[in-house]
Write a protein that binds this ligand. Structure first.
Ligand code: PMP
Length: 411
């Protein structure tokens, strides 16, 4: 029976818990390197100029209302979102082999994909839903999203801590040993938390192994444009998997939280690539994805999708957005350079080159949990205990100070 007194209290979410401790800290020179949200050089949230322009346009257009969207979302948005990640010339688009549906940002996309896989992706050799393989380490919420749905998760080697580089052999061995028809979650770009992405030739090895193992590739694209500043470059691996002659199924989960700075608006999509053109199959998949959305959220949020749609479908706004991506990615890369240079100047023990080699929002610094704790307690510099630092929290005003604090805890 239901006994309300016996409900166990869960510990706070590590990241949002950190955010709360940071807010309560009254030290004026505190620094937040925790949550993965872009900050400008003054440490402030940044509304992208392209988003501001789109907001003005929207408010003066006939689309400006607060009506419900369709169950599958705002079609002008989902169609354009597919072109952004897959490329206009994508075979999946040209051959009409794609089902796209709007979701609650990237988390919602992963959830909908997970539910869909649980219900329909049963491999030929197993009667059970597939095991979902996640990189070790990965974004902490990945495990929870899939296990919450009752799916089993496992991990594949990814980060070699000794060499601070990709454990490609371990990764490929895990793909080879996984039961046929497993699901491999792949970070499309800017791997969270390590900031380390496979190089193109390494991607080819990974994709070939996935094909050989008859697995499914589930791409999580949460940082397109953040690694290189170029949407096309950062979509390379996804496009390779979709457009080359591989014969494995591909699903893409797409978030505009980071690259459009629309964190709280929950703008995202899931794209299911079909093996062949079939209007009936397309309708069937679309209906099942729609059923999930209808039961869970009825229909997705409209405002952010309309904004992003305007950006993607208006050439001048698109150009501005591409500039905005360069602004964000180059500021982050400048901060990587400065932090490394400052640490080298201080002669901080250890090598810090990996900070410049990594890309995207994060750096896996190699700091230990004890060092991270000391950074927070003694210096008011906040990062998660794994040693992952959100480089976007650095700016010209605090980077020298942060380097000194790191130097102090490392010695
Ligand atoms: N995947 C990864 C790897 C992420 O880092 C994030 C955001 N931290 C997401 C998905 C989803 O974020 P959102 O739901 O805000 O789009």
């Amino acid at each position: 029976s239901f006994s309300i007194e016996n409900i166990p209290q869960l510990p706070p979410d590590p990241l949002f818990g950190l955010k709360a401790r940071f807010s309560e800290d009254s030290r004026p020179n505190k620094v937040d390197l925790g949550i993965g949200a872009y900050r400008d050089n003054d440490g402030k949230p940044w509304i992208l100029p392209s988003v501001r322009l789109a907001e003005n346009l929207l408010q003066n257009s006939k689309e400006y209302n607060h009506e419900y969207l369709a169950i599958s979302g705002y079609k002008a948005f989902t169609d354009a979102a597919a072109r952004i990640i897959l490329g206009k010339q994508s075979r999946a688009i040209v051959e009409d082999r794609l089902v796209s549906i709007q979701t609650l940002s990237g988390t919602g996309a992963l959830h909908v994909a997970g539910k869909f896989l649980k219900d329909f992706y049963v491999s030929k050799t197993a009667s059970e839903p597939p095991v979902v393989y996640l990189s070790k380490p990965t974004w902490a919420n990945h495990v929870q999203i899939f296990e919450y749905l009752g799916l089993k998760t496992a991990s594949y080697p990814y980060w070699n801590n000794e060499t601070r580089s990709l454990d490609l052999d371990g990764f490929v061995a895990a793909i080879e040993q996984a039961p046929e028809g497993s699901v491999f979650v792949l970070h499309a770009t800017a791997h969270n938390p390590t900031g380390l992405d496979p190089k193109p030739d390494q991607w080819l090895t990974i994709l070939q192994a996935i094909e050989k193992g008859k697995h499914l590739a589930l791409f999580d694209s949460a940082y397109q444009g953040f690694s290189s500043g170029s949407l096309d470059k950062d979509a390379w691996a996804v496009r390779e998997a979709v457009d080359k002659n591989y014969r494995f199924p591909v699903i893409v989960c797409q978030s505009f939280a980071k690259n459009a700075g629309m964190y709280g608006e929950r703008v995202g999509a899931v794209h299911v690539v079909l093996p062949e053109h079939s209007a009936a199959l397309n309708r069937a998949v679309h209906s099942q994805l729609s059923k999930i959305i209808r039961a869970e959220i009825s229909n997705p949020p409209a405002y952010g999708a309309k904004i992003v749609s305007l950006i993607l479908n208006t050439p001048e706004l698109m150009k501005q957005w591409e500039d905005d991506l360069v602004t964000m990615s180059s500021r982050i890369s400048e901060m990587r350079q400065t932090l490394t240079a400052e640490l080298e100047k201080l002669g901080t023990p250890g090598s810090w080159k990996h900070i410049v080699e990594q890309q995207g929002m994060f750096s896996f610094t190699g700091l230990t949990p004890a060092q991270v704790e000391r950074l927070e307690k003694k210096h008011g510099v906040y990062l998660v205990s794994s040693g992952r630092a959100s480089i976007a929290g650095l700016n010209k005003g605090n980077v020298t100070h942060v380097a000194k604090c790191i130097d102090e805890v490392v010695r």
